[in-house]
Design a protein around this ligand. Sequence first.
Ligand SMILES: Cc1cc2nc3c(=O)[nH]c(=O)nc-3n(C[C@H](O)[C@H](O)[C@H](O)COP(=O)(O)OP(=O)(O)OC[C@H]3O[C@@H](n4cnc5c(N)ncnc54)[C@H](O)[C@@H]3O)c2cc1C
Length: 224
Amino acid sequence: MKKILIVHAHPETQSFCSSLKNTALEYFKQQGSEVIISDLYGMSFNPIGNTSDFTVLQSPDFFKYQAEQTHAFKNNLFEQQLKAEMDKLEWCDTVIFNFPLWWFGFPAILKGWIDRVFAMGFAYGAGKGVYDNGTFKDKTAFLTFTTGGPELAYGQTGKNGDLESILFPIHHGMLYFTGMTVLPPFISFSPARLDDEQRIQEIKRYKKYLSEIKKSKPIYKAAN
Ligand SMILES: Cc1cc2nc3c(=O)[nH]c(=O)nc-3n(C[C@H](O)[C@H](O)[C@H](O)COP(=O)(O)OP(=O)(O)OC[C@H]3O[C@@H](n4cnc5c(N)ncnc54)[C@H](O)[C@@H]3O)c2cc1C
């Protein structure tokens, strides 16, 4: 974990979720790693996958997103902000997705980052493999997120259902799909319901998680 990309998606810089992002930044810098942050709200990242992804369209009369992504990758036709995100992803060996859980998933701005950056031709498809033969099989990823609901609500018998199922579309359908090794997530349940001291303990728990992350057993790992 020498080159870390943190993709951060919280609209408030003083939020607890943003403190987790800062904690990871400090931790990995202390370890001598290089860290780049894509602060999606801070950079007003456009999450809408559309014709504006491309400087030139292959088929202007009928927009077929994946075909245009493949064509743009081959011909270097992605717009500047999107190309910069792709370059960061290519550069890193580890990606941390740092976000609040919204409607059992990524906030839209982060889902849009995936739609646009995990482009066909670049991240998968058009001759590139998936899962065990995925493009990013040399990269590791994990999720760091906060919730509104308490831990109890996310257990096997909890009202919200179990987190393994809730996270399957992200862990399996996005990260492992592109070949990434997926490590267990760090989840901070309902930080808004904790008092200051408990939140300080949560930050310490995150530092401990980060210090042990290299030893943790992957949820998914591409077979060699
Ligand atoms: C559209 C939407 C959909 C949602 N869907 C879901 C859902 O499906 N499931 C679910 O469980 N929840 C859901 N939520 C709730 C959401 O997940 C939580 O509100 C969020 O994760 C809480 O984290 P936060 O960082 O925003 O908390 P904050 O409210 O920002 O943080 C709590 C407190 O921590 C303080 N703090 C910040 N940094 C520190 C620090 N370093 N030390 C001590 N204190 C600190 C802050 O000042 C704040 O008072 C949803 C919310 C929205 C808006």
